[in-house]
Design a protein around this ligand. Structure first.
Ligand code: HPA
Ligand code: ZN
Length: 335
């Protein structure tokens, strides 16, 4: 099954590029930039990857970003992800980056944007993967900060397709960012937001009603609210689900308790994503493999998940049609 899974054409829509920094690359970049790290050996660093919740992960995730200094660092990180994405059968990826996290530690926007966008620009030719870039704002920072950074991104004509909202969810509801999303919509940007990862279903309602987002990142806690499930099914709102992330951050106890099968049964528009693969035990192919191992998903279910990822993307319609046709060929080749 492994070979078939990694040859299944698909898109990844929920991926934090800073969450693809593997421990080996962290230490290599630290050495290249002469940065002393708190956990200077692979063994010491790897020992930190046990998380109790979202915040305990975020602490390590932000600390490890210290090694990203030059545009070349951002480009190397992005290229490493694209290579891994190619191996897992991804044909289109939409990656988030955290501009404020870099600004807060003194790395300017142009360095991050040029490094990431430079690697993405070569992706179709180098890896056969089409791409889009999403600027994610830190919901535990102020809306004023987000508005300032969005204005800077627009002024520099950064090649972003949309905005997202990430970091510590509980206590930082969508209502805090109404003006940010208005401003982004006026600028012609696509809108997504994390909601219902650790936060209650009200965060999903508010992301839809107050921010007018087109996609919800995570959204698993929606299953606690039957009226919300009914709406998500009726409107076919895409939910970018991240199974291994949810296990590692203890949003669910074990994979067997993950709501994805119930979400599929409720006819929700779900797809499978890796979130922060260097931290959560695997890339998108590992997420699919874990689902097959746990739930015994058949080829039709896998193809539904892949088709959802392609249809829910911000890729041009011709690209979606091309990838859906590739997926149909893959499906026909399965027993
Ligand atoms: N959740 C919220 N914020 C994040 C995540 C996540 O999984 N990864 C990076 N920022
Ligand atoms: Zn995420």
């Amino acid at each position: 099954m492994t070979t078939a899974l990694s040859s299944m054409p698909k898109a990844e829509l929920h991926l934090h590029i800073e969450g693809t920094l593997e421990p080996e690359l962290i230490l290599a970049l630290a050495a290249r930039n002469g940065i002393a790290m708190p956990f200077p050996t692979l063994a010491e660093l790897r020992a930190q990857y046990e998380f109790a919740d979202l915040q305990s992960f975020l602490n390590l995730y932000y600390a490890n970003m210290a090694v990203l200094v030059t545009a070349e660092d951002f480009a190397d990180m992005t290229r490493a992800y694209l290579g891994r994405a190619q191996a897992s059968g991804l044909r289109h990826v939409e990656i988030m980056f955290d501009p404020q996290a870099h600004l807060l530690r003194g790395v300017d926007l142009a360095t991050a944007v040029n490094g990431i966008a430079g690697a993405l620009a070569a992706s179709e030719a180098e890896f056969g993967i089409s791409t889009a870039l999403i600027a994610a704002f830190l919901r535990d920072q102020s809306e004023a900060s987000a508005l300032e950074v969005l204005a800077e991104l627009l002024a520099m004509d950064a090649p972003i397709v949309g905005i997202g909202l990430d970091s510590a969810e509980v206590g930082n509801p969508p209502s805090k960012f109404v003006r940010l999303y208005e401003r982004a919509r006026d600028a012609g940007l696509r809108l997504v937001a994390h909601a219902g990862e650790e936060g209650s279903p009200s965060y999903v309602w508010d992301a839809l009603d107050l921010l007018d987002v087109e996609r919800i990142d995570h959204g698993i806690r929606s299953m606690e609210d039957p009226a919300l499930v009914e709406r998500l099914a009726r409107e076919q709102v895409p939910l970018t689900v991240c199974p291994l992330s949810n296990v590692r951050l203890r949003a669910v106890d074990v994979l067997a308790a993950h709501p994805l099968p119930a979400m599929l049964a409720a006819r929700l528009n779900v797809c499978v994503n890796s979130d922060d693969p260097a931290y959560f035990g695997g890339y998108v192919d590992s997420n699919f493999q874990a689902l097959v191992d746990e739930f015994n998903f058949d080829a039709d279910t896998l193809a539904t998940l892949a088709a959802n990822s392609i249809r829910s993307s911000f890729a041009p319609e011709e690209r979606k049609a091309e990838l859906l046709a590739e997926l149909a060929v893959w499906r026909a080749a399965q027993a």
